[in-house]
Structure formats: C-alpha cells, structure tokens
Design a protein around this ligand. Structure first.
Ligand code: SF4
Length: 274
C-alpha cells in the first residue's frame, strides 16, 4: 500500500491521467524530475510577469518588464534545475532571449496596463467536492463587477483535441476561487504568450464537470495507492519521461516507435534506442 498524497493539484491530477506509473515515480517515490529547458523558460517568464503585474497599472510597460527581467535574472540563474542544464554563455543568452519573447508576447495579446489585477500567484487550498485541492493561480483580474481567472502559457497553443485538459485545469482554478470566496468568476482565460487568448465562459456546468473529473481521478489514485498498483500507460510521451530507464514498458514503447519511425528525433529519450 502506498501513502495517499495529502492533496491534489491540477498538474498532479493531469500527470496521473497521463500515466499512473509516471505519477507514482514522481509523487510517491519522489524520484528527481528536474524541469526541462522549456518549463524553465516558462518559469522565468512567469516570475517576471508576476512582479510586473504587482506594479501599478501605469508602470506595466515593456521597458519596465525588460528592467525587471534583468533584475530577476541573477536569482533565477541560481536555480538548481537551471544550473543542471549546464548551458554555456551562448546557450544561456538564447535561453534569456526565448524567455524575453514569451514576456514581450504578453503585449501581443493584451495591454497589462488596462487590467485591474486582484492577485498574482495566489495559492488556494480548498476542498473541491471531496477532493483536497491546492492550486496556484497565476492572476485573478476584475472586469467590472466580475472576476476573471488568468493562466499564462509559454508553450505552443495546442491543437483543438489537446486543449480540453488545459481548459479543465483553469476551470479547477475557477472552482477553487468560487469555493474559497463565494464569487463565481465570469471567465477563465489561457494566455498563450505571443499567440492568442483562449477565453472561456465559466458556467456551473463547466465547473461541475471539472470537479467531477477531479473526483474521478482522486478515486483512481486512492484505489491505486490502496492496491499499490500503478499501471504504465505507454504513449509517444514516454520519449519525454524522465523515468523511462526505470520502466520496461516505456522502453519497449520507445523501441517499437523507433523501429516504426514514429519516435520524434527531438524526444530526449530517443537517444536510448538510437
Ligand atoms: S516511460 Fe512511459 S509508461 Fe513508463 S512511466 Fe514513463 S510515461 Fe509511463
């Protein structure tokens, strides 16, 4: 029997839905799962936008963001996951440039000076249905009388069939705000920096669907912990799984895909079966 975690976050729930075995490695065995370069670029962009949006509206300019990026960089460069990337000066400069494109991409899709920011990086702990939930909400805005939940995304806007998972996550944030403040947000927005905004109306039905799905995942996690049974779910994503060397089914999937020519060459684990 494995210990049930004390709470579920949107990323943990999504990880279990993706592959229970991978979830076990990360959340029960606590094996190291360092953030990759793309995730770290996003973390740095998030940090700069968080500080920017804590400033008064008229200070939220591109020039101020540039100055903040310079101020925040020395502390970020000490992050152990960033150090583990072992970037040389040229690669480090490319990293900062990528992060800057994400930061500056905010102005491509909205003018932050026109936003009434209520909170940034707000940690919310609440029960959603019967699930103990913890989430960190990038930004909560007020538009007129109503709240709007905003989540930054520095990755590529996913195709339509992959968006539902992201929408579900932001609906959980809306549900958590509703549960903890009694104010139902009117909209939930995914800001794909430099690309476009996915703007979704929050309804009781959407909230209820997201909370039900979270409850279903929580029940599956409870069963898996009770029986200590975490099935592998091999997909192309095994190519990006940091635990593939501990997972025979994942390695078999990589081999099968490599032989079929369907394993992307840029997948970090592709070298294992090259
Ligand atoms: S290698 Fe694939 S099947 Fe194995 S844990 Fe990772 S994602 Fe799951």
């Amino acid at each position: 029997m494995a210990d049930l975690p004390p709470y579920l976050s949107p990323s943990s729930a999504s990880a279990f839905d993706g592959c229970p075995r991978r979830w076990r490695f990360k959340y029960i065995d606590r094996l190291p799962d360092p953030s990759g370069q793309a995730a770290l670029v996003g973390s740095f962009a998030h940090r700069v936008l968080e500080v920017l949006c804590e400033l008064s509206a008229d200070e939220r300019t591109v020039e101020r963001a540039k100055a903040l990026a310079k101020e925040e960089w020395p502390a970020f460069a000490l992050d152990e996951d960033f150090i583990a990337l072992e970037l040389d000066e040229t690669a480090s400069r490319a990293f900062r440039w990528q992060a800057w494109l994400a930061i500056a991409g905010l102005w491509d899709i909205e003018d932050p000076a026109g936003v009434e920011v209520v909170s940034t990086e707000q940690k919310i702990s609440t029960d959603l249905g019967s699930v103990p939930f913890v989430g960190i909400v990038d930004r909560v805005d007020r538009v007129g009388e109503r709240l709007v939940v905003t989540d930054y995304k520095s990755g590529t806007l996913p195709g339509a069939r992959w968006r539902e998972d992201k929408i579900q996550q932001v609906m959980l944030y809306a549900a958590a705000i509703y549960g903890s403040t009694d104010e139902l947000p009117e909209r939930a927005r995914l800001l794909y920096l430099g690309q476009r905004i996915l703007d979704i109306r929050v309804t009781d039905q959407r909230i209820s669907d997201a909370v039900d799905a979270l409850g279903g995942t929580w029940n599956q996690i409870t069963d898996a912990c009770t029986t200590d049974s975490f099935d592998p779910q091999p997909t192309v994503l095994c190519g990006w799984c940091p635990f593939v060397s501990q997972c025979p089914e994942g390695r078999a999937e990589l081999t099968r895909r490599s032989e079929a020519g369907s394993l992307p060459a840029h997948a970090p684990a592709a070298a294992l079966v090259a």
